[in-house]
Design a protein around this ligand. Structure first.
Ligand code: 9UX
Length: 70
């Protein structure tokens, strides 16, 4: 399933790299389509069983805020 994570607090390319890392390493079954620094969102693919709560925990681990999931 495709999801868009609306994320507040990404300011540089390292933020993007860090986010990519926590999403793929901390949560099983996530792959990244694209992360848009300017737009403040991450488009991802999630396998069945990946919860929004797990995504939220991963995003917020780095101090970003998850504003919404579309
Ligand atoms: Mo860049 Mo992001 O040095 O929190 S890693 S601003």
């Amino acid at each position: 399933m495709k999801k868009r994570l609306i994320i507040q607090g990404m300011h540089c390319a390292n933020c993007v790299k860090g986010l990519e890392m926590v999403l793929t390493e901390d949560v099983d079954g996530v792959s990244i389509d694209k992360i848009d620094l300017e737009g403040g969102y991450a488009d991802i693919f999630v396998e069945d069983g990946v919860t929004d709560e797990a995504l939220k925990i991963a995003v917020e681990e780095l101090g970003f805020e998850l504003k919404g999931i579309e």
